[in-house]
Design a protein around this ligand. Structure first.
Ligand code: NAD
Length: 250
């Protein structure tokens, strides 16, 4: 897959699936905007991207839920590279929450980063994607989250992002813009570290969960992200691309 001369924004690029996708896009020749919160980790990813094909990424260390952040991502990308071909909405977060909690803020937090930010970034990128006949890739989640205890807010937000993907695909088809989702199964990343878990507990959780479902490596999900974003299938839009070792059909 060749992304030479193409400009790709990857949010959540400082770790996990976002980092693996950014590095693979770079190997395919893309010019990248990397967005993340952890400066040190983002620097390391940017270094690997630069080493891949010589393109220096634009690295933006910011919290996407803060006012003005999404505008800054799109505006600074256009200043740096004059166009946008692909937007990968990968930044996401899981917190545990339930209807028994009094704290409704937990739901707002899940909706904010997992749904509102992708909506807003897509909205802001549309004029540029229209020019480039580009596309959007949203990282949603495989269907196992639907039945997991404690993941109510996350599940709702990701279900919303799935609906957003399909609606946006229909709306933007008239402009030649594709919108798809990639649904990873349980992937070995930093995502569980938000659950106030020690590194040891996190590793243990993956060990335990691997008895009941397949654990995917982020580099494999990245291959799906890059494939979906490529021009390989020009009519691939409104699709949900599951990569979960059949977890969702169990
Ligand atoms: N790991 C899994 O099992 C799994 C399964 C299904 C879906 N996903 C989805 O894949 C995507 C990537 O997650 P991951 O597993 O690589 O986890 P991760 O924790 O390694 O990466 C998430 C990234 O999002 C960034 N991020 C979170 N909140 C942010 C904010 N407010 N502003 C800017 N950046 C922010 C983090 O800094 C990090 O770089 C997420 O959308 C996640 O929901 C992951």
């Amino acid at each position: 897959m060749d992304f030479t001369g193409k400009v790709v924004i990857v949010t959540g690029a400082s770790s996990g699936i976002g980092a693996a996708s950014a590095i693979l896009f770079a190997k395919c020749g893309a010019k990248l905007t990397l967005v993340g919160r952890n400066e040190q980790r983002l620097k390391e990813v940017a270094k690997k991207c630069h080493a891949a094909k010589g393109n220096q990424p634009l690295s933006l260390v910011l919290d996407l839920t803060q006012k003005g952040s999404c505008d800054a991502v799109v505006a600074r990308t256009v200043v740096a590279f004059q166009k946008i071909n692909v937007l990968v909405n990968c930044a996401g977060k899981v917190t545990i929450g339930s209807l028994f909690d009094d704290n409704i803020n937990a739901l707002d937090e899940m909706i904010d980063i997992n749904l509102r930010v992708p909506y807003q970034l897509t909205h802001l990128a549309v004029p540029y994607l229209k020019q480039s006949k580009g596309n959007v890739v949203n990282l949603t989640a495989t269907k196992y989250t639907r039945v997991r205890h404690g993941f109510l807010g996350y599940s709702i937000a990701k279900a919303g992002l799935e609906k957003f993907t399909k609606n946006a695909a229909i709306e933007l088809a008239t402009e030649g813009i594709r919108v798809n989702s990639v649904q990873p199964g349980l992937t070995r990343t930093n995502i569980l570290s938000n659950l106030a878990m020690s590194e040891e507990d996190r590793r243990g959780a993956y060990e335990r969960l691997s008895n009941e479902m397949k654990v995917i490596e982020p580099e494999e999900v990245a291959k799906m992200v890059v494939f979906v974003a490529s021009d390989t299938c020009p009519n691939l839009t409104g699709a949900q691309m599951s990569i979960d070792g059949a977890t969702s059909v169990m």
